[in-house]
Ligand binder design. Structure first.
Ligand code: HEM
Length: 123
């Protein structure tokens, strides 16, 4: 994928904005029942995707592979499904299926990352 690092960083910043806005809302509204959603958007979204982006900057040879694009979309889908599911769960609106899908996608995302980072030795 072209501009993979840039795409990962922009996505990470958007999740960081979403997570910190939730944090600010929790402070001003005096609510903390969504703190785990806030934590997962910040850590699985902002921190993890920013790190992925930085690694592709360090190892640009693998960022052009089709698998790297699959990794980008898997990572984004994992953040969205996990956090929308968690949000629904803490609002007592279900969300179990999305949480399960998100869990599998987070695992898959790390597995793809491992495979791609192993490819840097060959590239
Ligand atoms: C504007 C910035 C932020 C604000 C206002 C904020 C606010 C809060 C608040 C009010 C809580 C709930 C505390 C409680 O349960 O009583 C919390 C929890 C937490 N925040 Fe933030 N936060 C911010 C940014 C971040 C960032 C950038 C990260 C991580 C990269 C982060 C990670 C966490 C974690 C791990 C928890 C604990 C969640 C839990 O135990 O349920 N926060 N934050």
């Amino acid at each position: 994928m072209k501009n993979l690092t840039y795409n990962f960083l922009i996505a990470a910043i958007l999740y960081g904005l979403w997570g910190t806005l939730m944090g600010a809302w929790m402070v001003f509204a005096g609510e903390s029942y969504l703190s785990q959603v806030h934590a997962h958007i910040n850590l699985v979204g902002w921190v993890t995707l920013a790190l992925f982006g930085v690694f592709y900057h360090i190892y640009p040879s693998v960022s052009e592979l089709k698998l790297a694009a699959v990794h980008f979309w898997t990572a984004n889908l994992s953040v969205l499904t996990l956090n929308i599911g968690l949000w629904m769960f803490f609002e007592q609106q279900g969300g179990f299926l999305l949480i399960r899908a998100g869990t599998v996608l987070v695992l898959l995302s790390f597995l793809l990352f491992l495979v791609l980072m192993c490819r840097t030795r060959a590239a």
